[in-house]
Write a protein that binds this ligand. Structure first.
Ligand code: FMN
Length: 186
């Protein structure tokens, strides 16, 4: 892990135009547990406020290795590109699982020590949100409109109870405890 990198603080709410656009195209969610750092691509996520706290809400399916990592260690970083072509990184981290691939090593990504969380940022996607999970909840299939259930959780069509909830998204509320731009990245 390379240190020190120069970091400039950012106000997430002032930069919502950049963050919001980036989330739509894909950003990374990075976790650390058991001496392993793993990043997965997400394109669903919300920046908002609850309990007077700035919160990044991520929606993670139960089948992801990231889900397991988050249950063990409730901290993550969101890594947002700032220009540059990160398509290859987003494709790779969005199609390979950390269960059987060390994505960081394979891609040669530069990890940068976090400040308020033990999870690193990534120099190649330098806008960094450090988050601590303050709440998590699996979404309730019974509360999801039928057409959305059909589209995103097709196994529920059969009504097979053994499948219920298997790959439903869990919302992880990460309190954003720090946000900055890593400078001098690749
Ligand atoms: C553009 C894109 C966006 C994605 N968004 C999400 C998401 O918001 N939530 C989710 O659970 N999976 C999402 N995925 C799928 C995961 O990134 C993918 O399953 C990944 O391999 C999981 O890695 P892991 O097993 O190491 O956690 C997305 C994939 C891509 C390509």
């Amino acid at each position: 892990m390379r240190q020190p990198f120069k970091k400039s603080q950012i106000d997430v709410f002032e930069s919502l135009n950049v963050t919001g656009k980036a989330i739509k195209q894909g950003v990374l969610l990075t976790t650390r547990w058991n001496n392993r750092v793993n990043s997965m691509t997400i394109s669903w996520g919300q920046v908002g406020i609850e309990w007077n706290r700035p919160v990044f809400t991520a929606f993670v399916r139960g089948s992801r290795y990231t889900y397991e990592m988050l249950l063990h260690h409730g901290e993550f970083t969101v890594n947002i590109p700032s220009g540059g072509n990160v398509e290859k990184i987003l494709n790779f981290c969005g199609t390979r699982s950390g269960r059987d691939t060390d994505k960081i090593r394979e891609l040669g990504l530069t990890l940068v020590e976090g400040e308020k969380v033990s999870v690193p940022g990534i120099a190649e996607l330098p806008i960094t949100l450090e988050c601590k999970v303050i709440y998590r909840q699996m979404q309730d299939p019974k509360a999801i409109p039928h057409h959305i259930l059909e589209e995103f959780y097709p196994q529920h069509r059969s009504g097979d109870p053994s499948m219920t909830g298997r790959d439903i998204h869990t919302m992880f509320y990460g309190e954003m405890v720090n946000s900055y731009l890593i400078e001098n990245g690749k």
